[in-house]
Design a protein around this ligand. Sequence first.
Ligand code: DX5
Ligand code: ZN
Length: 243
Amino acid sequence: MAVIAPSILAADFSRLGQQVDAALKAGVETLHLDIMDGHFVSNISFGPDIAADVVSRAKKKGVSVDAHLMVTMPENYINAFAAIGVDLLTFHLELDSRRRALPENRWVYGASEIRYVSRINHVIELIQKANMKVGLAVNPPTDPKLAAPFMEKIDRFLIMSVNPGFGGQGFIEETYAKIERTVKYRAKKNLSFDIQVDGGIGTENAARLAELGVDSLVCGTSFFGAKDIAARLKELNGQIVSC
Ligand code: DX5
Ligand code: ZN
């Protein structure tokens, strides 16, 4: 069954501990950490030190935490996130790819080929050696089929439904076709990775995503932007539970 994964990026950082406790009290099953280095994406979010308090609060309630590394050098952060107890670490397929300019001095890395397969495999191995599950993420400009050589090794495939870097963006409609192709590929190859979608998800599209076979729906603004996050979680879960 699909799970709602609230993104801490959208929380009120002036009272982060309270926001995390409120999410845990509301009954979230997992939390999503959006880690940004200001290089892979045109924004800087937070690092392992801030994440440590979030993870420790979640662990006390038996809630899992995944970290989504939107960083150019994921190798540099694996041990730090393992040390704080992150369960699953996701990095991007677009390492060493081309940077494409976007409006408002933003950018997105998009891969039209994977030049360094050995590096992707190396990062996967480093994450596994650090006893975390492995996620691989693709940006909107990247065709998911480029991830084929790695699909048997990963626990999660993250399909970005916005250009990474900022919460509160609109869901990119072309993502639906990508999800359908990925669900079909997973079934055809009898693979077991879960599919996470990240960006622009809320009550207006959660049901459709769950019906398509998405396992984890990252909700930032639609969750932490709600007046009553417990009621919003109920609403979101109500959309996906029957799928
Ligand atoms: C973008 C971030 C966002 C965030 C979700 O890099 O990864 O997608 O998690 O934000 P909302 O739900 O506000 O789009
Ligand atoms: Zn994310």
